[in-house]
Design a protein around this ligand. Structure first.
Ligand code: HEM
Length: 397
């Protein structure tokens, strides 16, 4: 359970290239351990990860040292607790609740998917990450949040830039620079939207963040809500696209399972998507700070430490999932950890899941054959956020 030469010498590069090999070893040898390469404790067993998410008295979300607090600001929803957290969540949650989402999700995703497909090259050789899943994902987020009129490439550039701040555990100055420049661009682009909102509220989550629960005639400042807006423009924009891309990569690597999905989409596509984000969790961790010395799995973590509850590792815990490294849509993966645990459980889950399912469904309906382009193989990258960096396929109607 103590530091070992392995945990001391583990590098960020190893974690970003293949975190699952690292987590397997940590679960076996050091399931609660400080990792110098990421300036944080990593906790890798399902039970401990769940305990962290559901025990805000011991593991608070408020953490001014966490990369998201440093780069996005201290009122980012994921790093707030108690009343402040409820206030921010109350502004966002209603538009992303299941019944509300059911009213708009099909009409939102299908035209976006069809528009992307119409722009595919005639030979059907396409990168599904850049040219299909990410565009659908960023526009779904922007249009539902109330950030209208921003083109797809710009929204993609935004989350790629913001990510550099959110993963900056190593305090890399180059990553800081990229994130800060992106924030400046976002601020400028959002000026007209905020100018309108500051005059009068409208019926968007962005407006609700500003006005929800405030006395008549008062609103929250742009500075106060901006860190949470950045969380949305990163996670909300990126993750469904990346979750769908990981799922599609897994299906293409396992043609028998792709056939199963095609044979009964209504039943098997939701299973495939749940399994896809269990297999590769788009968001790797929930980051918390100890409020006191806490004993976890026989190890005492001192007060005030940054602790990463590793969702991606909980999802591969061999005590919870049989043959956990295998992508298998027939397992019951509904209770995976990819959307987190506790009061910060993903507020966008009920939009993300049908969005991923519809995006894959439209693709499979339009193309009777989709195969991996073996000349441009895909790689997965990242530990805090993880997805295929590209997914080149041959698609035929
Ligand atoms: C597959 C897609 C997604 C995955 C895997 C995912 C995962 C997560 C996880 C693990 C958390 C917890 C973070 C923490 O506690 O630090 C979270 C929080 C959150 N997610 Fe998602 N997310 C996804 C899509 C979305 C979408 C589409 C939206 C927006 C509509 C969204 C909005 C949020 C918000 C606002 C929070 C903060 C909740 C809070 O702090 O109370 N997410 N998400």
């Amino acid at each position: 359970m103590m530091q070992t030469p392995y945990t001391k010498n583990l590098t960020l590069e190893e974690m970003e290239a293949n975190p699952y090999d690292v987590y397997r070893r940590l679960r076996a040898e050091s399931p609660v351990v400080y990792i110098p390469a990421v300036n944080s404790w990593l906790v890798t067993k399902w039970d401990d990860v769940q305990k962290i998410g559901t025990s805000p008295d011991l593991f608070q979300a408020t953490d001014e040292e966490a990369p998201v607090s440093i780069h996005f600001g201290k009122t980012a929803i994921i790093h707030t607790d108690g009343d402040l957290h409820r206030e921010l969540r109350g502004g966002l949650a209603p538009h992303y609740a299941p019944r509300k989402v059911a009213e708009y999700i099909e009409d939102l995703v299908v035209p976006l998917a069809e528009e992307c497909i119409a722009a595919f090259p005639e030979d059907g050789n396409v990168n599904l990450v850049d040219d299909y899943f990410e565009p659908i994902s960023v526009q779904c987020l922007a249009r539902t949040l109330g950030v209208n009129g921003i083109d797809t490439k710009t929204l993609q550039e935004w989350f790629h830039g913001l990510v550099m701040g959110a993963i900056n555990y190593s305090r890399d100055p180059e990553r800081t620079r990229i994130c800060e420049e992106t924030k400046k661009k976002i601020d400028k682009a959002l000026d007209p939207i905020f100018a309108e909102l500051e005059k009068a509220p409208n019926n968007t989550p962005l407006s609700h963040l500003m006005y929800h629960g405030m006395p008549e005639g008062e609103r929250r400042s742009r500075e106060f809500i901006m860190p949470t807006v950045l969380v949305m423009l990163l996670g909300g924009a990126q993750e469904p696209g990346h979750g769908a891309a990981s799922t599609m990569a897994a299906l293409l690597e396992n043609p028998d399972q792709l056939d199963l999905v095609r044979s009964d989409m209504a039943t098997n596509l939701p299973k495939a998507v749940a399994e896809g984000i269990r297999w590769v969790a788009p968001i790797g961790t929930q980051v918390r700070k100890t409020t006191q010395d806490v004993e976890l799995n026989g190890v005492t973590i001192p007060e005030g430490q940054t602790v990463c509850a590793v969702l991606a590792s909980a999802n591969r815990d061999e005590d919870v999932f049989d043959d956990a490294d295998r992508f298998d849509i027939e397992r019951d993966a509904k209770n995976h950890a990819a959307f987190g645990f506790g009061p910060h459980f993903c507020a966008g889950k009920w939009m993300a899941s049908p969005q991923m399912e519809i995006a894959i469904r439209v693709l499979l309906e339009k193309f009777s054959s989709i195969t991996l382009d073996t000349e441009k193989p895909h790689d997965f990258f990242g530990w805090e956020f993880r997805a295929p960096t590209s997914l080149w396929v041959h698609a035929k109607p």
